[in-house]
Design a protein around this ligand. Structure first.
Ligand code: AMP
Length: 334
C-alpha cells in the first residue's frame, strides 16, 4: 500500500500535500473540468479526470491492490451513497459510519448516546415552541436551511422547500432548537495506533448571508441563509478544552461500541458555545472537515502534539505510515 487517492474537492489538496510529505504516491481523481487546476501542484503525482460518477468509481477501484482512498465531506455528495458501496479500494477510516451520517436522526442519536448536550429537536412542526433551525439532509453546505421563530414560520418554510423540490417529504428535515451563542467547530483526530485522541484545531464557518447581515447597523428584515463559503480560524479559552476533550473521548467510546470498528482518524463536533460556558453539539462529521484547510502548516493545537508542521492531511498519512511500520494497517482501513 503505497498510494493515497482522493476525490478532487473539499480538502483534497491538504490530504495529498500531507500524503506526499509522508512519502506516499498521490493520485487525484476529479471531475474533468478541474484537471488543469489540480495539475499545477507538484505534490500530486497523477490527476485523473472523470466524466461521470461510475467512471470515478472505476478509477478508484483500479487501485484496489496498492491504494488507500481518503474520504472527505464531498465523497458521498459527489459519488452518491450507492456507488460508494461499490468502492473496493480500502478506505482510511470507518466506512460503516457513512450510513449513520446519511440519516440526520440516526446521526444525532450517536451524540445523545455519548451524553453530549445537543439542542432539543422537534418531531413535527406542530410541536415547535421556540426559535428553531430547519436543516436538509446530506452535506449541502447549508443550502436551503432556514430559521423560524414559531410553528407557522416552520410550516411556511417547509412548504417553500417542498414546492422548490428541495425535499420530497418533511420527514427528510430535522427541526432543531436554535441555540443562542457562538459557533465553534472542534476538530479531532482519533489514533487507533497511538491509542489517543488529539484536538487538531477549531474553526468557524463563514456563511453567506448570515455573516454579512451582522455588519449592518440596521435590521433589513432579510431572511438569514447559511451557505458555507469558507472557514475562519478560532482558538478556545483554554478552560473550555478539558470539556471539549471529554466530549470527544465520549464520542469515540460510543462509536467503538455502536459502529464497529470504531472511530479512525479525523472527526468534528460542530457546536455552539453559550454565555454560560455550556457547549451544545448540533452536528458531527465523521471524517476530515474543510475547516482543517486553515491549518496546512499545523494548528495551534497540532504543534502541542507533534512539534512539527502537521496538517490533518499529513496526520492521516502519518497514521497510515505508523500502521504500516507496525503491521497494523487493518486497524485503520475498512
Ligand atoms: P450546519 O450545516 O449544521 O453546520 O449549520 C449551518 C449553520 O447553522 C451554522 O452557522 C451553525 O452555526 C448554525 N446552526 C446549526 N445548528 C444550530 C443550532 N441548533 N443552533 C444554532 N445555530 C445552529
Amino acid at each position: 500500500m503505497d498510494t493515497i487517492i482522493t476525490i478532487g474537492s473539499h480538502s483534497s489538496l491538504q490530504i495529498l500535500h500531507g500524503a506526499k510529505k509522508e512519502g506516499f504516491k498521490t493520485i487525484q481523481i476529479t471531475p474533468e473540468n478541474r484537471v488543469k487546476f489540480y495539475s499545477q501542484f507538484p505534490f500530486i503525482d497523477k490527476v485523473i479526470g472523470y466524466r461521470n460518477e461510475d467512471e470515478a468509481v472505476n478509477y478508484i477501484n483500479k487501485y484496489t491492490d496498492n491504494g488507500i482512498l481518503i474520504p472527505h465531506g464531498s465523497l458521498v455528495e459527489y459519488i452518491g451513497s450507492e456507488r460508494v458501496k461499490k468502492i473496493s479500494t480500502k478506505i482510511f477510516g470507518n466506512r460503516n459510519l457513512f450510513e449513520w451520517e446519511a440519516n440526520q436522526r440516526k446521526k444525532m442519536s450517536l451524540l445523545k448516546m455519548s451524553n453530549i448536550p445537543t439542542p432539543m429537536d422537534f418531531e413535527s412542526p406542530e410541536d415547535v415552541d421556540r426559535m428553531v433551525i430547519v436543516k436538509l439532509p446530506g452535506a449541502k453546505g447549508g443550502r436551503g436551511y432556514f430559521v423560524a421563530k414559531n410553528k407557522s414560520e416552520v410550516k411556511e418554510g417547509l412548504n417553500k422547500l417542498l414546492s422548490a423540490k428541495l425535499i420530497k417529504s418533511i420527514n427528510e428535515v430535522i427541526i432543531q432548537e436554535y441555540v443562542i451563542g457562538v459557533p465553534m467547530y472542534f476538530q479531532f483526530f482519533y489514533s487507533p495506533i497511538l491509542n489517543r485522541l488529539e484536538i487538531t484545531g477549531i474553526d468557524i464557518r463563514y456563511e453567506t448571508n448570515v455573516d454579512g447581515l451582522r455588519r449592518l447597523p440596521f435590521n433589513l428584515n432579510i431572511e438569514p441563509t447559511f451557505v458555507v463559503v469558507g472557514n475562519l480560524p478560532a482558538v478556545a479559552r483554554e478552560s473550555l478544552l478539558p470539556k471539549v476533550f471529554d466530549y470527544g473521548m465520549s464520542f469515540v467510546n460510543t462509536i467503538k461500541e455502536r459502529v464497529p470498528p470504531g472511530m479512525i482518524g479525523p472527526f468534528c463536533l460542530e457546536s455552539v458555545v453559550k454565555d454560560s460556558g455550556e457547549i451544545a453539539v448540533f452536528e458531527f462529521s465523521g471524517r476530515i472537515v474543510a475547516g482543517t484547510n486553515l491549518y496546512i502548516n499545523g494548528s495551534p493545537y497540532s504543534w502541542l502534539y507533534w512539534d512539527e508542521p502537521m496538517s490533518v492531511g499529513r496526520r492521516i498519512g502519518r497514521e497510515i505510515k505508523l500502521a504500516l511500520n507496525e503491521n497494523r494497517l487493518n486497524e485503520v482501513l475498512t
